[in-house]
Design a protein. Structure first.
Length: 274
């Protein structure tokens, strides 16, 4: 952000768009200001501009904004250009049905993870996680899997961007990275210690995927309530099934499995947390 090429106004406008969640019934300027940390006067100018360009639309009451048609166009263009998502869909739905867990695709969004696709098991009550939810890097299996496989040249910047969210200090990030890289090398999937998980009512296992379309790994995750997905089931059944499904996707895409980066090979502890 200190680079003179960085367009601050554009970044603020995009932060307004990223403030919306799938379950929102529209947002007013005050709510957008609270979510983005921007002054309400700045938000008012940005929402007016974005609404004028079609990226936001007013509700009938004209006091709350919703994503507009221009965003739908951009979303469809992005989905069409990122080929692995549609190819992965039937594989992840099959996995959700077979394991009785909710399957998800997450990408990094600044210093958090972002859920961009979900697949729910048929006929089974599952976690209510929506597209647009943002689990933290620290304390989520998806976040740990990402930190464990990020290229070394990117890792430090991502930790800095997280800005200490949920206690993600550089030392803590290094510990997560070593443990996650060890899990990936030993078993091919990552499970964050349930005692440190960001939400007590979620258990999850995660596997990174390195798409050719993107410059950074994404993460596939399976999750469920702890009583439905105890650690033993994650380790013995769901984790291996998720790992094998991602490997199947790699074969279909014609790309070899990407090895997990090893930040400090001598220091990696491949033991699972208690």
């Amino acid at each position: 952000m200190d680079d003179r090429r960085f367009a601050t106004t554009l970044a603020r406008g995009l932060s307004v768009l990223r403030a919306f969640r799938a379950g929102d019934d529209g947002l007013g300027n005050a709510e957008i200001a609270e979510r983005t940390g921007l002054p309400k006067s700045t938000v008012s100018r940005l929402t007016f501009t974005l609404q004028s360009l079609g990226y936001l639309t007013h509700t009938r009451r004209h006091d709350r904004y919703r994503p507009g048609p221009a965003l739908l166009v951009l979303g469809n263009l992005a989905a069409a250009s990122i080929s692995f998502v549609e190819i992965a869909a039937p594989l992840m739905q099959r996995l959700a049905d077979e394991t009785g867990t909710m399957s998800l695709l997450l990408v990094r969004d600044g210093g958090h993870m972002l859920i961009v696709r979900t697949w729910r098991p048929k006929g089974i009550a599952s976690l209510w996680l929506e597209v647009g939810a943002r689990p933290p890097l620290n304390g989520s299996s998806s976040g740990h899997a990402l930190l464990g496989t990020l290229p070394a040249e990117t890792f430090g910047d991502v930790v800095t961007e997280a800005d200490g969210a949920r206690g993600l200090t550089p030392a803590r990030a290094g510990t997560i990275r070593r443990d996650a890289a060890g899990q990936l090398l030993a078993q091919g999937y990552v499970i964050a210690d349930p005692a440190e998980y960001f939400a007590a009512n979620i258990h999850a296992v995660a596997v990174p995927f390195h798409p050719r379309d993107l410059g950074e790994p994404v993460v596939f995750t399976c999750g469920a309530l702890p009583e439905m997905l105890p650690v033993e089931a994650m380790e013995g059944r769901v984790g291996p099934a998720l790992r094998d499904t991602v490997r199947e996707l790699e074969r279909i895409m014609g790309q070899p499995p990407a090895p997990a980066p090893i930040p400090e090979a001598a220091d990696i502890d491949t033991r699972r947390p208690a």
